[in-house]
Design a protein around this ligand. Structure first.
Ligand code: SF4
Ligand code: SF4
Length: 623
């Protein structure tokens, strides 16, 4: 049986090579989950992607319109007594936070596990936030696995704990855990047969007045205490008489093991599997025999602060090496070299000075090879921004005088060369209200908001209604490429299913726009450069909110399974890239366009999607 099928096996016989994300997916299956939902956001995306590939599922798995909706779906399942897993990246937790905090106070029935994946060193974009702070804010218990095996085992455990304490349990991963693979021993799949039910209890399931809210808070705190008692085995320490100790959480624990083996150093160790609440009594016992403690935790110094506070409380004169006093930065992720360098602070020359670049502690490093961070070859967004530039030219505006707000997803690549169109990037769906704010501030010239289709569904709709309600002069360009592309082509509510499905309905964006009271809405193919330019120019001049839906499928998805054709450059007609201003490469930065040995343009047939945009751009008719 192929490994893609074995992840769903009822009675596994041998270990499987699984990434952290796959292990969490398997953990959910073994826990007899009824629903898995979430919103795509790397590094968490692959849990659901993987589950969608499991044949003959006994559970429901689907993408939700955003993280808040996903969390609420999962809560409904839990409140009816069944188990649910909800997944998101760290910034998605900001979106889900309103309901997450509320439900954390109310409590749950069926096990509810919230998997959130942080991205130290920001490999995938957005804020380098530490979700452990949310656990503290929400009075929420949080586990932090250090390996794919733990990811599987602790997903199962998290479901059990959630039902034992009657609260959602957070499972925190990081990019490294999500993508690291190892052979993982599987367990049996639990069959959970429960009749869904619900009781009328507004004291628990609503925020029915201050008395109920305060009581819910007290109960959430009491649940945390129970959680601490139930998870003592997940915080393991080894006291071996050494006066030097290391406390490690998550993936840095595995780096520590490697450094200890490599340099034969044996500090006392405390591995914290519970990120919140921290097991204070365990930490105190661990520290009591030490002179020096090194703290390995990526991002915020939460364990370090707790250790320093405990030392103050007990009067223990301990040397604490971490982020506040020590070489470790708050930003970035760790690796074996960093952990070696930190242990050298305590062990001196027993650990040779690693050959560290000076910027080691100042990650992220710049790319070794310079390249433009731009759209894929043939991407329709390139054509949209090209059309926008032409429209502004046509209206007599200089690019620097027209504010264009950007949004999350592939569309934001319009902020980079050669377009430099988008001026801002804040959060999912923020471009429209930001643009409205600029108009409220008194910007007289046109203000334009750009937003992708998935992002529009996720968070843009309320802002569009708000702008329409206030009759603000604004142009919104919705770049509709039919998919949530940046995270690997997930569908959104506007995506047509590849084969008709009775249980799904694709939602037309213009229906939503018109329902918001906006009559000035049209759909245009951005590769039709002339028509796109005309349409945008007219929309920008129009009063009130005007919406242009730039409609062409993501080039990556469009080319899948299709025979490639490509455009060619006529070397007779091409005058040479240095004599052409702007050249096709300067104007579009399409990765398929290149310079040949004679300084003329050439097209890489392996990359070109024959979108035809460069044909419109070349003033000499060479393409
Ligand atoms: S046709 Fe031109 S712009 Fe389009 S993918 Fe090919 S080289 Fe790039
Ligand atoms: S993935 Fe699709 S939408 Fe994103 S840049 Fe590439 S072609 Fe454009």
């Amino acid at each position: 049986m192929a490994e893609t099928d074995r992840i769903g096996a009822l009675d596994p016989t041998e270990p499987l090579l699984l990434s952290g994300n796959e292990a969490i997916a398997r953990g959910a299956i073994e826990s007899g989950v009824a629903l898995v939902t979430g919103y795509p956001g790397t590094p968490s995306t692959y849990v659901i992607e993987r589950l969608l590939k499991v044949p003959e599922r006994r559970f429901r798995v689907e993408w939700a319109i955003n993280e808040k909706v996903a969390f609420e779906l999962a809560t409904g399942v839990s409140w009816a007594g069944l188990r649910s897993l909800v997944t998101m990246k760290m910034s998605g937790l900001n979106v889900a936070a309103d309901s997450f905090l509320s439900v954390q106070y109310s409590g749950t029935r069926g096990g509810l596990v919230l998997y959130v994946a942080d991205d130290p060193n920001v490999y995938y974009g957005m804020v380098e936030q530490d979700s452990r702070l949310y656990a503290r804010l929400a009075v929420a218990p949080m586990l932090m696995p250090a390996s794919p095996q733990e990811a599987l085992d602790w997903t199962r455990r998290a479901f059990e704990l959630s039902e034992q304490i009657g609260r959602p349990v957070m499972l925190r991963g990081t990019t490294t855990l999500a993508n690291t693979s190892e052979r993982v021993s599987l367990g049996k799949v639990q069959r959970i047969e429960r009749e869904p039910s619900f009781e009328f209890n507004t004291e628990k399931y609503s925020k029915a007045g201050p008395r109920a809210c305060v009581r819910q808070h007290q109960e959430a705190l009491a649940a945390l205490d129970r959680f601490t008692d139930l998870t003592a085995d997940l915080n393991t320490y080894c006291l071996n008489g050494s006066r030097i100790g290391v406390i490690a959480t998550g993936i840095p624990w595995t780096y520590l093991q490697e450094v200890m083996d490599r340099f034969s150093v044996r500090p006392a160790t405390l591995k914290l599997g519970v990120a919140h609440p921290l097991p204070e009594e365990t930490i105190k016992r661990f520290l009591s025999g030490l002179d020096t403690v090194i703290i390995l935790e990526e991002l915020e110094p939460l364990v370090e602060e707790a250790v320093r506070a405990l030392c103050c409380e007990t009067g223990h004169p301990l040397r604490v090496i971490g982020k506040k006093e020590g070489p470790l930065p708050i930003t970035g992720d760790y690796n074996v070299e960093i952990v070696s360098a930190v242990l050298r602070e305590a062990y001196g020359d027993r650990i040779p000075s690693p050959d560290l670049p000076p910027e080691l502690f100042q990650r992220s490093e710049p790319l070794k090879v310079g390249r433009l961070n731009t759209f894929c070859a043939g991407c329709p967004h390139r054509a949209t921004y090209y059309g926008l530039d032409r429209a502004l030219e046509k209206l007599g505006y200089r690019k620097e005088e027209i504010i264009v707000t950007g949004d999350i997803g592939c569309t934001i690549l319009g902020m980079n060369d050669p377009f430099r169109s988008c001026w801002t990037e804040v959060s999912m769906g923020s471009s429209i209200a930001l643009a409205q704010g600029f108009k409220y501030a008194g910007i007289v010239k046109p203000v334009i908001a750009t937003i992708g289709d998935g992002t529009f569904f996720h968070g843009g709709i309320p802002a569009l209604i708000n702008a329409s309600h206030h009759k603000t002069d604004l142009t919104v360009i919705i770049l509709d490429n039919h998919w949530i592309s940046m995270t690997g082509m997930q569908p959104h509510p506007g995506t047509e299913p590849s084969t008709p499905r009775e249980d799904l309905r694709a939602i037309r964006i213009e229906e939503i726009v018109r329902a918001a009271g906006i009559e000035d809405v049209c759909r245009v193919n951005p590769y039709q450069v002339g028509k796109m330019t005309e349409t945008l120019a007219r929309a920008i001049r129009a009063p009130g909110v005007s919406v242009v839906i730039s409609d062409a499928e993501c080039a990556i998805q469009r080319m899948r399974g299709r025979k490639r054709s490509h455009l060619r450059v006529s070397s007779e007609k091409c005058v040479g890239l240095d004599r052409c201003r702007p050249s096709c490469i300067e104007a579009l930065a399409c990765p398929a366009l290149d310079r040949d040995e004679n300084g003329k343009a050439r097209i890489d047939p392996a990359l070109c999607t024959a979108c035809g945009l460069c044909h419109h751009v070349c003033p000499h008719g060479a393409i």
